[in-house]
Design a protein around this ligand. Sequence first.
Ligand SMILES: [Mn+2]
Length: 226
Amino acid sequence: MRLCVATYFDDGFASIGDICAATLKCYAARHNFDLAIDRTLHSDRPPAWNKILLIQRLFDQGYDFVLWVDADALFLRFAPDIRAEIVASKDLFMVKHEMRRQLQPGAWLALDVPNTGVMLLRNGEWTRRFLQAVWDRTDYIHHQFWENAAVHDLMGYRFLLDPAKRNEPDANVLAHVAWLDIAWNSIPGKCASPEPIIHHYAGATERLGPMRADLARAESAMREGA
Ligand SMILES: [Mn+2]
């Protein structure tokens, strides 16, 4: 089985992207995965969309699986093997965060928010069609959540896109999706795992400082074999 660990970032993201890439390199080496750190892709869309292009390209190169990790995320621990999460009947493995939204004083809504920051994708007909469907949602090109917004829409999680709508997960899509433990996409201070494998600074205003501190932690985890 060929698995490629992948990320993309442009020059504007390089200071944090380099930190992400350093940990991806260690993770790939630890498990004998290939590594794709792409700095060259470009399209006429905001950079977040390039993840779709890179995953499609790696599928075309024949990888059986792609493990995508956003450039604003990094591994803290290296021993957990993502292959242990693979289920034969599923094509897309990702985390959904549970967020709480206050509707009115005293009334909270628990909201599932699938997050595309970390995804394991199986190279197959369904995933290829899904990625194309995401890319084709041109109405979300400039949405604040970019391709993640298109994924929400396609999966039927529409509340975050439009508070007038409800989350009505699409069973046909979710039949192909397995939810990973939040440890694989732990958002510090927002939706955090007690034992994170990957920290993801989604929507954070300050990333560089915390990611540098995390990198030091990751380097000692690496030395200890964790
Ligand atoms: Mn991100």
